[in-house]
Design a protein around this ligand. Structure first.
Ligand code: MG
Length: 157
C-alpha cells in the first residue's frame, strides 16, 4: 500500500467558469489558472503522483507549456490514472476536501464523484467533501478556494 497527499489553491476571478472535478458549477466567479483551474482534479493528481513516487503535477503539466492552456483538468487526471496504472498501481481509495465559502457544493457532490469516476478511479473508491473556512483568511474573504486530497494505492499483483 502507498499513500499520497495533494493540495492546491487558486484565485477566484470574474469571467471564468467554475469547474470542480470536471463539473461546471453555476457561480459568479471561476478559478484562475493556466488550465481550467480545477483545483480538485489538481489536488487528486498530486495525491496520486505522491503515492506513486512520481513527483508532482508541475512535472507532467508545466504551466509554461501552451498545450495545457485552458486544459480540461479531468483529462489531465485521466492521463495520470493511466500512468500510475501502467506503473502497476491500483487506486484503492481517494478522499478530498474542497474548501470554499461560496457557492454551497452539497448539491453537486454526487455529480462530481461520477465525473471523477470517468477517469478510471472507481466510483466506489471516491469520497468528496466540502467545507467553508468559517470566514477566515483568503478563502473566507472569497478571494480563492483550496482543495486537499489523499489517495491510497495498492501494488497490483
Ligand atoms: Mg492548480
Amino acid at each position: 500500500m502507498r499513500i499520497g497527499i495533494g493540495y492546491d489553491s487558486h484565485r477566484l476571478v470574474e469571467g471564468r467558469k467554475l469547474i470542480l472535478g470536471g463539473v461546471e458549477i453555476p457561480y459568479e466567479k471561476g478559478l484562475k489558472g493556466h488550465s481550467d483551474g480545477d483545483l480538485l482534479c489538481h489536488s487528486i493528481i498530486d495525491a496520486l503522483l505522491g503515492a506513486a513516487g512520481l513527483g508532482d503535477i508541475g512535472a507532467f503539466f508545466p504551466d509554461t507549456d501552451p498545450r495545457w492552456k485552458d486544459a480540461d483538468s479531468l483529462l489531465m487526471l485521466k492521463s495520470i490514472v493511466n500512468t500510475i496504472s501502467e506503473k502497476g498501481y491500483l487506486v484503492v481509495w481517494t478522499d478530498a476536501i474542497v474548501i470554499t465559502e461560496k457557492p454551497k457544493l452539497a448539491g453537486y457532490i454526487n455529480n462530481i464523484k461520477e465525473s471523477i469516476s470517468s477517469t478510471g478511479i472507481p466510483l466506489s473508491s471516491v469520497n468528496i467533501k466540502a467545507k467553508t473556512n468559517e470566514g477566515m483568511g483568503f478563502i473566507g474573504k472569497g478571494e480563492g478556494m483550496a482543495a486537499i486530497a489523499t489517495c491510497l494505492l495498492e501494488v497490483k499483483t
